[in-house]
Design a protein around this ligand. Sequence first.
Ligand code: GLN
Length: 448
Amino acid sequence: NHFLQQIEAKKHLNAFLEVFAEEALIQAGKLDKLRAKGDKMGKLHGVIVGLKDVISYKNHKLSAASKILENYKAVYNATVVDSLLAEGAIIIGRQNCDEFAMGSSNENSAFGKVLNDADNSRVPGGSSGGSAVAVQAGMCMVSLGSDTGGSVRQPADFCGVVGLKPSYGRVSRYGLIAYASSFDQIGIFSQSVEDAALTLEVIAGKDDFDSTVSNEPVEAYSSALNENKKYKIAYIKQSLEHPSLNIEIKTSIYAYIEKLKEAGHQVDAIDFEYLDYVVPAYYVLTTAEASTNLSRYDGVKFGYQIKEASGDLTDFYKKNRSYGFGKEVKRRIMLGSFVLSSLYYDSYFTKAQKVRQIVANKAQEIFSIYDALISPTAPSTAFKFEEKNHDATEMYLADIYTVFANLAGIPGISLPLFKSKLGIPFGMQVMTNQMKELSLLNLSKQMV
Ligand code: GLN
């Protein structure tokens, strides 16, 4: 009841596309009876969770914040949903986001923008803006989002909450609407590192429905947070000296590095001369994957179908897709089709794959020496609505700090550590090697 009231009180933020009020209350009642009977309680008994509207919850609508899926209902549960329910979580609703998880400001939702609760004239970040705001504004305890190039970490940064993107393959993607399958990963928003750790423990692990999930056993993340281990930490010099980085963020992070050293950690500056190539490589590869993933929304296999069909089949597809997809999604489908076309494949797609390999090699080189890599999460704090959405390139370039982790498949977390002079929260990002979530969370716990 408390969370339903909070959702109602904060309705103007537009964080939820749908609230499962009645169902949530019934579920809460059932859980209460279980507890009264003295039955064993799940790890997430009574925890109120929201789902970004790209995660399947059987018999509930699933729109990806797109008109093309406006009336679609999920026919099965995502593996993460089964895992949450099995541990007693209560799913309270579907959260607003950028259409098909494409964007950094939540301005690309077909169902309206989401407001940042810290300042309603500012964006919450994206693409999982609704999920970040729901935790920020206390409308649920934990949200699940998806992170292909920063969509959990960047909105967490903008809203002053914790945002964790696990390693590629740590959490099953079964039931997650695909944007770019070799990058996508389900992530967690929470108020604390402990909550993120416990939720990860529940949703991570092997799944017969997703062959890209690692078979490595899931560690007891939540119970291993209290060690006071000292870490060897690196930061990329070019990232803190990047011309796009806001000066307040830069000084805060340099000051924080000194604090880490005082606390007994080793922190070294390292070089990565290809930093400016990570965003172009990310957008070539993800739009390529998106253009093929989104071909299924043609009005026949999936998606909106126009009433009066005229012309041939191609014409029919065109009409359905022209109506159903928004501007940004269309732009990415076109860009992806272009970089995959036979004439340009080698100059764009192949080249971007080479950059991806360089990034992966760099990550391995870093983590052969260091336990963790730190960086800003974003080059600016939450910006104003309409400030960046007229210039796609400018918006894309702001992903400079987050896409590294997705290109390399490593985990990353954004920790809410700072506030700007204007009172806008911002954070810092920590990354570790693949499947090293335990160190990531342990170090994070020491930092917040
Ligand atoms: N801002 C990035 C993009 O628009 C990240 C999206 C995501 O992680 N889903 O592609």
